[in-house]
Design a protein around this ligand. Structure first.
Ligand SMILES: [Zn+2]
Ligand SMILES: [Zn+2]
Length: 267
């Protein structure tokens, strides 16, 4: 089935421009140097009984989610998958509210797939949403679902791909012939087996200088070669990397993504 992957945001946790910084990338006139916090959107058209219905799965709802949803003209969400509980990936959860009211009218709360650790953090941060005693009338109508190895959303399977983010094991996702791996500092050997035959690979690459919990461009290029996807897109990018300049230096088949970029995927 044909689908589309949209980069809702391609910036690192602080976003680009970074507050208080007037570096060349932060003040660049190239719109591709402006980066909201990292998130992805997978969309496809229903072909069965509800032919024509658009399905939408969001990967992470960071602090820029509302702006990203407006830019992507997102009118409904079928599910959200969370990679991990860091602020740049979860703090926009509350902006699911209007979309969750629509989902509830259609049949039920929006399922949020999260590991036990991520779910515990979400329950703590958004206590007024998830507590059994929650009565706030306009709370998000969302439902945490345990993230399994394989998770089906409206007939499309989202496979969990474990990766390391510093000391934390977090989730990447494979859907069809595409995979989305963010905040990666190491990829366990078993996960490479889940990444065979990819057409589209999304990998995080922070900058050139090493960082304890994020891959450099060099590390990401090494994994990109090993995985061998037809096209690899880099995301979670800091203000050290100029879009145009970095892309000129990258090998064929690897490029920096930018906010709003949409690529075709086979689901
Ligand atoms: Zn992050
Ligand atoms: Zn993180």
């Amino acid at each position: 089935m044909d689908g589309r992957l949209t980069f809702l945001g391609t910036g690192t946790s602080m976003g680009v421009p970074t507050l208080g910084c007037e570096c060349a990338v932060g003040t660049s006139a190239d719109p591709r140097d402006g980066r909201l916090r990292p998130a992805g959107l997978v969309r496809w058209q229903e072909t069965g009984q509800e032919a024509g219905q658009e399905r939408a799965v969001v990967i992470d709802t960071g602090p820029d989610f509302r702006e990203q949803a407006l830019r992507a003209a997102l009118k409904r969400v079928d599910a959200v998958f969370y990679t991990h509980s860091h602020a740049d990936h979860v703090l926009g959860l509350d902006d699911l509210r209007p979309l969750s009211f629509a989902a509830l009218r259609e049949g039920g709360p929006i399922p949020l797939y999260a590991s036990a650790e991520t779910a515990a953090a979400l329950e703590q941060i958004f206590e007024y949403t998830f507590s059994a005693q929650a009565t706030y009338p306009t709370r998000a109508r969302v439902q945490l679902k345990p993230l399994a190895e394989r998770n089906a959303v409206q007939g499309v399977e989202f496979l969990r791909v474990p990766v390391w983010h510093g000391e934390m094991e977090i989730a990447g996702f494979r859907f069809g012939s595409a995979a989305y791996l963010t905040d990666v500092s190491a990829i366990p050997d078993q996960s490479f087996a889940l990444l065979e035959g990819l057409e589209v690979l999304v990998l995080s690459a922070l900058r050139y200088k090493p960082h304890p919990s994020h891959a450099t461009v060099e590390q990401a290029l090494g994994w990109a070669r090993r995985i061998g996807a037809k096209q690899t897109w880099l995301t979670h990018i800091a203000h050290e990397l100029s879009h145009a300049e970095t892309n000129r230096a990258l090998p064929a088949g690897v490029a920096l993504a930018h906010d709003g970029l949409t690529v075709a995927v086979t689901l």
